[in-house]
Design a protein around this ligand. Structure first.
Ligand SMILES: [Zn+2]
Length: 97
């Protein structure tokens, strides 16, 4: 693969991205543990954590626990819910007859 000249110039930025990835791995999907969470979710986690720190419950049992999953798992979860809802609708219709 040919690497465009621009990348050489910006290699220091790419280097920074590498280190960002290492710290970013703190925020993996809670379900599969493989996929990174979206920036939006990471921001939410940070906000919640800051709230916990402010409330002095961080690291205690009162700590806010939110189940964050990656887009892939979220889609899977939604598909399952949709299938379940469809099954329930069918079941209700059948039981009425
Ligand atoms: Zn996941």
């Amino acid at each position: 693969m040919r690497i465009p000249g621009e990348f050489e110039e910006f290699s220091y930025i790419l280097g920074d991205l590498d280190s960002v990835e290492v710290t970013g791995s703190l925020y993996k999907c809670f379900k599969c543990g493989k996929e990174d969470l979206s920036d939006e979710i990471v921001e939410q986690i940070k906000e919640v954590t800051l709230d916990d720190v402010a409330a002095g419950v961080c690291g205690t049992e009162d700590e806010t626990r939110i189940y964050f999953v990656c887009d892939k798992c979220k889609r899977k979860e939604e598909m399952r819910k949709m299938r379940r809802a469809r099954r329930m609708r069918r079941g209700r219709r059948r039981s009425r007859r």
